[in-house]
Every structure is written in C-alpha cells, then in structure tokens.
Ligand binder design. Structure first.
Ligand code: TPP
Ligand code: MG
Length: 832
C-alpha cells in the first residue's frame, strides 16, 4: 500500500518581482507590513500600528494603502514559495468579486435574531452568543459555497461554545425548533449520569449551495477543554478520506473555528498545526477561522498573548493569515472565498482572523461591565451588524424583513415548547451499523487463533524482501530469527507476535494504522516495520506485501506530540471502525501530556455523546530501574476512569497473549478503546516469548492460570513483568506450593475467570496481590476489594512498594533492592 506522498509545494519557479521599479518597492512594503496599519477592529480599540517602512509618500502609496491597510490585513510574506505569495497578491490586487448582499443581510438578521429569541425566551440560560462576530455566518456560507464548487461533499467542523447553536441552524441547517428544544425541560431521568450540555453536542446537517449542490455538515462533539477538538476533527477528516479511497483531500474539508484567547494559549493548537503537511496526518489543508472578539472571558489580548494577533502562532509555517474587520461584511465574504480557494489550490492550511467584539458577557449570565467598563459602554451604544449593513447597502425596508424572520423564529420556539421528546441532531454514518458499544456480552467473542499453516504463510512475506534490497546486517539477522519463530523453530517474541497480528489482520481485509514517536523502528528497537536499504534509503514495508488483496497497513513516526497525535488517532478511529487504529507512547508516562484527550474523549465519549471508538493505546510500562519517569504508565489513573465498560485495560504478559489481544480488538464488533500496558525489557525476554502453538489457541485469556502447581498453599496474583520474576524466584526457591496467576485484563474485571482460578487452587490459604508499583499506585486499590469479594473466607494480602510521591526511585541499585524485597515478601508475607 503506497503511503500518501506529501502534497507537493508550489511548483512554479517564476520570479515574482519584476524589475525593481518604484511601484513594486512601494507595494512590497505594503504587502509585508500593511496588515499592521489596517483598520481591523470595528470598535477601534485595536489601533493601527504605524510601521516605519510605510511612512512614504508617492504616486503608488495611496493605492497600496487602500488594498493592504483597509479592512483586510494579510500576513503572507513569510510564505517561502513565491508562487503562493503571487497567488495571494493577485487575488488581493486584482478585480474584486461582487457580493450577493441581500443574501448576506438575510443571514446576518437571522443570526442575530436567533440569539435574541433565545435571550428573551430562555433568560438565564447560557448560550454563548455569537453577536459581535455575527459575520461568521456569511463567512461560513461563502466558504461552503466555494467548497461545494471545488467538489467538497462534506465539511468536518470543530468548534467550541461561541456561536455553536447559531451555526447549527444557519450552517448545518437544523430547524431552529430542534435547537430551541434543547432549552426546554426534559425528563431528567432520561439522562441521569450521562449526556452533555447542548453547546457541546455533535450534529450533522445538510447545506445547500447556491448552485444546488449538497454539502454534508458534520459538527464534531466537543468537550469544554478548548481546542481539544482540533486534532480529533483532523483525524476524523483523514479517516473519512482514507475510507473513501483517498480523494486527494478534495471531498472532505476540515474547518476549525477557534476563540482568539484559546488559539494563542492552548498548546494543542500548535501541535495540530505542526502536522498539517506531514504524510501521516495531512488532510490537504484545514480552514481555520478565529472568531476573534478580542477577549477571552475577562482577559484582554495584552494579557493573552505576546504577539499582536493571536493568529500569529501560525507564522512559523507557510500559512497565510487573513485578518478582516468583522463589520465589513463584503470584505469578510471575499476573504472567505480567497481562503477557501487557497486551500484547494495549494493543499495547505489557511487562517481567517475575523475581528469583532462580544456583545454580552462571556456567557449571558456574566456581567462584563465590572472588568471592561469602557469597552462595554462602547458596545452598548453600538448597533447590531445587520442594522449597519442594511444602511451600507441601502436596503430601505429592513424592518419588514426583520419582522418576518422574528415571527418565524417565534413560531419555531412555540413548536419546541410543545415537543415531548428532544430531537437528536445527529445521524450516524452507515459504517457504524455493524458495531456495538454498551456493556460487554460474551456473544461478541470471536476466535483469534490461527493454524500453524496460516502462521507460516504470513511469516514468509513478513520476513523477506526484494532480492536487490541491501539490508542492514542486524535487521537481516532479526528477520531470519523471525522466520524461525513463525515456523515454530524458536519461541516467538513480542515484535514478531505483533507483526503476525498485523499481518493476519491486513490479510483478512482489516486496515491497520499505528502512529507514535519512533514507532516505525520501535523505541526499544523491537518493531522494524519499515526496512531501509542501507545504500539508498529506499523503504520496504513487509506488512504492505502480505497478499495481493490485503488492506492498507500504515505505520508512522509521529511528531513529538502526545495530545495532538492521540487526539488525531482517536478521531481517526471514530470514522474508521473497520480498522485497527493504534497510538503508541514512547514511554507510558508521557501519556499524561494527553490527559485531556483521555478524560474528555476516550473514557467519556460514549457516555457523553454515545460515540464509539476502538482505539488502542500502547503504553510501555514496568519497573526496571530506569528512574521515576520511565517506569509507570499510571495504571491507577485508567482504572479510576473505568466504569460501565467504557474501555478495556489489559497487560498481556506474553507474546501470544499480545497477539490474541490485538486480533480480538479488531475482530470483535464491540468497539471500545483498549488500553494496553506493554513491556520494555520483556519484549525480547525468553520468559515472555511464546511457543508457536500458543498462537493457535482460540482466545485471549483474561486470566492466565497456573496449571503447573497443584495443592498450592498460597496463590500470587499479579500482572505483567513481576509475574515472570515471581516465577523465577519460585524456581530458585524450589517452591512447589505457590501458584502464580496473571490478571491479563484488569477491566472489565474478569470475575468468572478469577473465581475459577481461585477454585483451581482451593487448597491455597493465602491470596496475595503482588505489584511493582507503590501502594498509592498500580492496580491494588482497584483489585483488592474485588478480590476480597470473591475470596470468601480466605485472607487477601498485598505486596507492593511503600506509598510514594514519585513512581519510583532514581537509583538502579535501590530499585534492585526494592524488587528483591517484593519478591521475597510475596513468598513470605503473612499480612502482619
Ligand atoms: C482548556 C480550557 N481552559 C479554560 C477554559 C475556561 N474557559 C472557557 S471559555 C474561556 C475563554 C475563551 O476565550 P476565547 O478563546 O477568546 O473564546 P471566546 O469565549 O471569546 O469566544 C475560558 C478561559 C476552558 N474551557 N478550557
Ligand atoms: Mg475571545
């Protein structure tokens, strides 16, 4: 499967500037600095900033100033490609398109009145009014119309609170009564413990372009955490495009609406922008709109960012920024068309910085006159945009129009108040029909084992490469060993187990996508999914050569980001339920940088929005004396988030179990995120390798029983690496009365399997939970009460490190002493 190539940069080599004449010199200065002197703030608080290079008089100054210092200010001279700069310049300096002003006026009235009706009918309710940046609606209208002309079939849109309800009606074209209904009381019992507030819920709709084409609108469900939805939106777009067979990024258009304060302040914005042009993540350009009301809650721009404009974050990339005064509606619409055309012409991101104000407080129950008295005095006296615009364009009888629209909205409100059931604003795509969420049911199980013959068949393409390929000697040896593993001549390690899982899945038509930092080789040198010719660096990916009709297999090195990349992969999994989608942390503890994605989407997404995901997180975990930062992937945090079968938490202790777990995740139709604590040193450890026969077993085992010991006097329960160390210790002690069982799936808790294992060792008096983690971490807090519940009369003891503020010691020697103590306590503790 060919990996999509990076979108080619502009190919023109034309020299942009003709001979250095006077006109060019003047224009060049204005192209570069004009935006600083532009008239961008409708209320005039953001004053033009004189630039020395523009203090020139002369024949051409007036014209240059009119174009570059009017109500549009464009930052584009940082773009390295001259063809792109020339394109923008021509669109700004050339003839300007005429505007359907009546349509724009109609939209402005609708947008403002919608907010007013909400205000009057549902006083005291938060709605996060759009008023002040109302031009967002005609701007989106223009972008959608232009997108339709370019062949877009779907707009995938991420936005936060501001104006969201308005967008539902004016852009996604949901009936106003459907949105009003969200403000009506419903039976609270129907949403006990679940659901979300109305300005976070996702929605779908159908936008009709002026030429009659339909563009499907998909507004992504969004948490309160500002900008967290950005990478999710991009991942969803990429998945839609990949599912559709790579449309060249023409059909699916991502659009993000940002707040000005959030855009500047939230790091996840930078993380998302950073992968815009990378092969693993590109969507052919995102349209960013900053609904810039020059305030964030009570905080003003000079407290919000160190740059003049919050948008300037993007200047490190070749992305143009179109600042536009939100009260020059025609200019806003023109900018929308230029931005959209730019995205389609060059396949990169664009930013429209729509500058206005915020008519009310942060929400409608907030009084802004306390913190910004002068600003709000000015706003109070400032008329709504439709009034200004109707005067500008000379519409005589705007009152009738206003009355008609108000009457329509009031009728809609009446309909809403008599609705007995809240409408759902969202249709799920058909590709979710075959997949299930909710509680686990045994009927979801499928067999995950393969025959020895099938394993051999997959091993062959996974361990070979073209004859003329110059392979690295170390990799050559590795592939030879893998060939022996797949043919049953040597125990199979994790690396090969994973390759067999991926290979068998793509062969069966299940696409696989994995991304993470250094994932192609593998942080621990364990994966080697991409072979490199040592003479010419040509790539060869065995997993893309498993069989002729196989599904795609894509493994990417990600950017050095967690939240941005995990958000993307979560989004991807949302629109590609058929695929096995995995994100890998470099070390498990780095996952905490993406905590908002875990809390807000992965763990709670189904509960809040009824949206499913089968995303897999691979989190290297284990106490190996590498210090506090590289030991723990924080099992305890995931277990604390676990409820109502929201996800699965597993730690497979050997290679075959890992194989079955990955296959189970893809082949079952139960779509639940899967958190896997993966090994580090155990990746190649003989104790964790599995004989090939284990791959022919039918299932992943939630509990790995101890069938070696009979008449046990004590049973140790554990997960992961410590279990292997305990087994070693048992051998050293020549102990044959201690059973050691592994809890391979911690959540959903495999109670029946554990009961069975405890019954198998009914002679054991003590049941001991053993973990490497300190007492305030790991699975202990979660496991002990559950174990006690099923242990009956038998005492349940625990062995663990003492409670600690950091996950582990920084000294390898101290680690070893602690580990030895754990091992010996496990065999000797009597709980006193
Ligand atoms: C990550 C995060 N931090 C803080 C908040 C609380 N909060 C909600 S809205 C807001 C101000 C947002 O300002 P801006 O981005 O300019 O959007 P606006 O409300 O002005 O449209 C803040 C601080 C939040 N929702 N998310
Ligand atoms: Mg703001």
């Amino acid at each position: 499967m060919a990996i999509r190539s990076k979108i080619a940069p502009g190919t023109s080599t034309a020299v942009m500037d003709p001979p250095n004449g006077e006109r060019e010199r003047v224009f060049d200065a204005f192209r570069r600095w004009g935006y600083l002197e532009a008239d961008l703030d409708p209320l005039g608080f953001l004053r033009p900033l004189p630039h020395p290079d523009l203090q020139i008089d002369g024949e051409f100054t007036q014209e240059a100033r009119r174009i570059y210092c009017g109500t549009v200010g464009v930052e584009f001279m940082h773009i390295t490609d001259p063809a792109r700069r020339r394109w923008i310049q021509e669109r700004l300096e050339g003839p300007q398109a005429t505007i359907d002003q009546q349509r724009a006026l109609d939209l402005l009235i609708r947008a403002d009145l919608f907010e007013q009706v909400l205000q009057q009918r549902y006083l005291g309710n938060k709605r996060f009014s759009l008023e002040g940046v109302t031009a967002l609606i005609p701007l989106l209208d223009e972008i959608l119309d232009a997108a339709g002309q370019q062949g877009a079939v779907e707009l995938v849109m991420g936005m936060s609170h501001r104006g969201r309800l308005n967008v539902l009606v004016q852009v996604a074209r949901r009936a106003p009564e459907e949105v009003f209904a969200g403000f009506e009381d419903v039976d609270p019992r129907s949403v006990l413990g679940s659901g979300d507030v109305k300005y976070h819920m996702g929605a779908t709709g159908e936008y009709l372009t002026r030429s009659g084409a339909k563009v499907h609108i998909h507004l992504v469900s969004n948490p309160s955490h500002l900008e967290a939805v950005d990478p999710v939106t991009i991942g969803r777009t990429r998945a839609k495009d990949d599912r559709a067979g790579n449309t060249g990024s023409k059909k699916y258009l991502p659009l993000l609406v940002h707040g000005d304060a959030a855009f500047a302040g939230q790091g996840i914005v930078a993380e998302t922008l950073n992968y815009a042009d990378l092969p693993g993540y590109t969507v052919g350009g995102t349209v960013h709109i900053i609904a810039n009301n020059l305030i964030g809650f009570t905080t003003v721009p000079r407290e919000s960012h160190s740059s003049r404009f919050s948008a300037q974050l993007v200047r490190r990339q070749s992305v143009p920024i179109f600042h536009v005064n939100g009260e020059d509606v025609d200019a806003v619409i023109r900018v929308g068309r230029i931005a959209l055309d730019y995205r389609y012409t060059f396949g990169t991101d664009v930013v429209v910085d729509l500058i206005g104000y915020r008519r009310h407080g942060h929400s409608e129950v907030d009084d802004p006159t306390i913190t910004q008295p002068l600003l709000y005095k000015a706003i109070k006296e400032h008329p709504p945009l439709w009034e200004i615009y109707s005067e500008d364009i000379g519409v005589e009888d705007v009152k009738t129009q206003v009355q008609t629209i108000r009457a329509e909205l009031e009728d809609a409100q009446k309909i809403a108040s008599s609705m007995t059931k809240k409408p759902t604003l969202r249709d799920l795509p058909a590709y979710w029909n075959d997949y299930k969420g909710g509680r686990y049911k045994p009927e979801y199980e499928v067999e995950t084992g393969l025959s020895a013959e099938q394993l051999r068949e997959i091993t062959e393409p996974l361990t070979t490469y073209p004859q003329d390929f110059h392979i690295h000697p170390k990799v050559k040896k590795l592939l030879e060993q893998r060939a022996e593993m797949g043919n049953g001549k040597r125990p199979v390690d994790y690396g090969m187990a994973e390759a067999l899982a991926f290979g068998s899945l793509v062969k069966a038509g299940v696409p696989v996508r994995l991304s993470g930092q250094d994932s192609r080789r593998g942080t621990f040198n364990q994966r080697h999914s991409v072979l490199l010719d040592i003479e010419n660096e040509q790539e060869y990916v065995p997993l893309q050569h498993v069989s002729a009709e196989q599904a795609r297999c894509e493994i990417y090195n990600s950017t050095l980001s967690e939240a941005g990349v995990l958000g993307f992969e979560y989004g991807y999994s949302r629109d590609y339920p058929e695929a096995l989608v995995l994100w890998e942390a470099q070390f498990g503890d780095f996952v905490n940088v993406a905590q908002a994605v875990i809390d807000q989407f992965i763990s709670a997404g189904e509960d809040k929005w009824n949206l499913l995901s089968g995303l897999v997180l691979l989190l290297p975990h284990g106490y190996e004396g590498q210090g506090p930062e590289h030991s723990s992937a924080r099992i305890e945090r995931f277990l604390q988030l676990a409820a109502r079968d929201n996800f699965q938490i597993c730690q497979p202790s050997n290679a075959a179990q890992y194989f079955h777990l990955l296959r189970r995740q893809a082949l079952r139709h139960w779509r639940k995120p899967l958190i896997v604590f993966t090994p580090k040193s155990m990746l190649r450890h003989p104790d964790a390798a599995s004989p090939i026969e284990a791959f022919t077993h039918p299932h992943f085992l939630n509990v790995l029983p101890d069938t070696e010991i009979t008449n046990a006097r004590r049973i140790l329960l554990c997960t992961g690496k410590i279990g292997h160390e305990l087994r070693d210790e048992r051998k050293k002690r020549k102990d044959n009365s201690t059973a050691i069982a592994f809890l391979e799936q911690m959540y959903p808790f495999p109670e029946a399997e554990l009961v069975k294992e405890l019954e198998r060792h009914s002679t054991a008096r003590d049941i001991v939970w053993v973990q490497e983690e300190p007492a305030n971490m790991g699975a202990m807090f979660y496991v002990l009460p559950r174990l006690r519940h099923i242990a009956g009369e038998r005492p349940v003891l625990s062995v663990k490190r003492s409670a600690s503020a950091s996950p582990s010691t920084g000294s390898a020697k101290a680690h070893e002493m602690e580990q030895n103590t754990l091992l010996s306590l496990a065999f000797s503790t009597n709980g006193k």
